[in-house]
Design a protein around this ligand. Structure first.
Ligand code: FMN
Length: 207
């Protein structure tokens, strides 16, 4: 059975981000996928220090949750990343985590399904979603849609439950991801291979 890792990027373990992710997770489970939720905690999160050591080692010099996820990446066929909106972007701690996860482990993300989910009181959701989707579309992942953009509204923990359209968006995201995962399983069984990628060409616009 395909497995999806859901990452809760809010410091609130059971706040609105969790509520939205849980709705998507329940829907994934109902439609035949396994799920696992990862909470990143409240402690300070190291950001990328641009040491480039991961280019050779494939792991981060800060041996924390980033490496724990990298180690287990093979187990996951899909990834859903959730964040509260902070000043019209994802939470800083989550970006610090994702910069290192995708710099060190990005090549191993290829071919997985992905979606970002954000929750906010009022505004900035589109900018936050755009930032999160950039990790996926840089890494040969396939982004899954829903019946609206993946955002929910609420301030106090659990308030997003009242956002019925937002909750339905989460349910449909789960349905769509589960359906695509089943298609991928069927494809694999009938010999459909994942694309092969040539060595990445880097051009930095000055030469
Ligand atoms: C530092 C900070 C910045 C925030 N910035 C925004 C914002 O730009 N737009 C918005 O609508 N809500 C903003 N909020 C509200 C949260 O996004 C909102 O309460 C969200 O539901 C929290 O999710 P959680 O319960 O998972 O932590 C901000 C909250 C904090 C703590």
């Amino acid at each position: 059975m395909s497995k999806v890792l859901l990452i809760n990027g809010s410091p609130n373990e059971y706040g609105n981000t969790w509520t939205a992710l849980k709705e998507a997770a329940d829907s994934l489970e109902q439609h035949g996928a396994e799920t696992e939720m990862l909470y990143l905690g409240k402690q300070p999160m190291a950001g990328c220090i641009a040491c480039y050591k991961c280019v050779k080692s494939g792991t981060c010099v800060f041996d924390d949750q980033v490496n724990q996820v990298i180690e287990r990446l093979e187990q996951y066929d899909g990834l859903i990343i959730g964040s509260p909106v902070y000043f019209a972007g994802p939470s800083g701690r989550l970006c610090a985590f994702l910069d290192r996860l995708f710099w060190a482990g990005g090549k191993r993300m290829a071919g997985k399904l992905a979606a970002a989910v954000v929750c906010c009181r009022r505004g900035g959701a589109s900018a936050a979603l755009d930032r999160l989707n950039r990790y996926f579309t840089y890494s040969n992942m396939c982004v899954v849609g829903s019946s609206y953009w993946n955002l929910v509204h609420g301030l106090k923990a659990g308030e997003v439950k009242e956002d019925t359209e937002g909750m339905q968006t989460m349910q449909n995201l789960g349905k769509n991801m589960a359906w695509l995962l089943r298609n991928m399983e069927a494809g694999k069984d009938s010999g459909v291979q994942r694309p092969d990628y040539e060595r990445k060409v880097y051009t930095n616009f000055v030469r």
